[in-house]
Design a protein around this ligand. Structure first.
Ligand SMILES: [Zn+2]
Ligand SMILES: [Zn+2]
Length: 343
């Protein structure tokens, strides 16, 4: 008698480690300009681990584990990430803030960053552009949003935020215990994408000038050079009511208000000594008013350095292009950087 039961063929699958090696199942590529902690949260999310518990996977303790890694990535964690993802050493180093010459200008990280929500004057460790987060295919946080001199999004022209528009707490994506997108507040679940208004033209001019000059000034300098423009801006006192603080310790609202007063010629530091350090802010604000003049001076100096005669052009030179050319010249010839600073 012949059996009518259908036979089932079972063939053993290849072991995961044979197929994928030691890598985690889902690969996540870093986005342009992404911050290390943002990438880590996305890696965790894609592989089914809420960010709050991913620090333990990496062997990192502390509530703010990923924000700490932004500022210091231990060798053991770096090797672990290189081992379990397809990221290459140069890429992972580029995501960190630790090796950046602008580290002194980064917003300060508190042990419990959500405490910043209790004081609207205190800085938060991370800002964000709500429109960028809304438009991102997969929302992510940018390294440039950690700079204290950044007030607006250079892409959209709108103000950044440093707190949830609903509950007022600072961002804490490392605390997220559920598999939620980074565009959602950890504390109240509200979307972080509520739009902000545009920044004023005067503020934007000053912000761009400071950003360009700081980047130019860092060329050829060693990290943590206390004479760099970034270090000087980071430690110069900013008047806040009757008190004084420094830019990396102030909230977005106070920094925006300071830049607005500077751009309107109301610095609150007029009575300082003529050669006091605070006058640098005033000089920068005055230079920003004459932005095209600064561009012209830079163009002349670059032409002179390159040994070329200036040609008349119907189109005004682009400052970003000029600064990039200047950086190449400075790196190649070790030209004294101080010569390019606005005086
Ligand atoms: Zn934006
Ligand atoms: Zn919230």
């Amino acid at each position: 008698m012949t059996s009518t039961v259908q036979r089932i063929t079972v063939s053993p699958a290849r072991r995961y480690s044979v197929v994928a090696g030691r890598r985690w199942p889902v690969e996540v590529r870093p986005a342009p300009g992404e911050l290390l902690s943002s990438w880590l949260h996305r890696v965790a999310h894609a592989n089914g681990v809420p960010p709050r518990y991913f620090g333990a996977v990496l062997g990192v303790a502390g509530e703010t584990w990923s924000a700490q890694l932004d500022r210091h990535l231990p060798d053991a964690v770096r090797r672990f990430l290189l081992d379990h993802t397809s990221i290459c050493p140069d890429e992972i180093d580029g995501l960190c803030l630790a090796n950046s010459p602008l580290s002194t200008l980064r917003l300060r990280l508190r042990t419990r960053p959500q405490d910043a929500g209790t004081s609207t004057a205190q800085s938060c460790w991370l800002q964000f552009c709500p429109t960028c987060l809304r438009e991102d295919e997969v929302p992510y946080f940018r390294r440039s949003w950690t700079l204290a001199t950044r007030l607006s999004c250079f892409r959209h022209g709108c103000r950044l935020r440093d707190r949830c528009p609903s509950c007022g707490q600072s961002l804490a994506p490392f605390r997220q215990a559920r598999l939620m997108s980074q565009q959602t507040c950890v504390f109240c679940d509200a979307p972080l994408t509520k739009p902000t208004g545009m920044v004023g033209q005067g503020i934007r001019r000053l912000e761009r000038l400071v950003d360009d000059l700081v980047r130019l000034d860092t060329a050829g300098r060693v990290q943590d050079d206390q004479k760099s423009l970034a270090a000087r801006l980071a430690k110069f006192p900013v008047p806040v009511g009757r008190a004084r603080s420094t830019l990396p310790h102030l909230s977005h609202a106070l920094r925006h208000d300071f830049f607005r007063r500077l751009s309107e010629g109301r610095t609150g530091i007029e009575k300082q000594k003529v050669h006091g350090p605070q006058t640098l802010w005033t000089r920068l604000a005055n230079a920003a008013e004459n932005h095209s003049g600064v561009v012209g001076v830079l163009a002349d100096r670059l032409m002179e350095t390159a040994g070329l005669e200036r040609t008349s052009s119907p189109k005004p030179p682009d400052l970003t292009t000029l600064l990039q050319a200047a950086v190449r010249l400075l790196e190649g010839r070790r030209f004294p950087v101080e010569a390019w600073q606005v005086v």
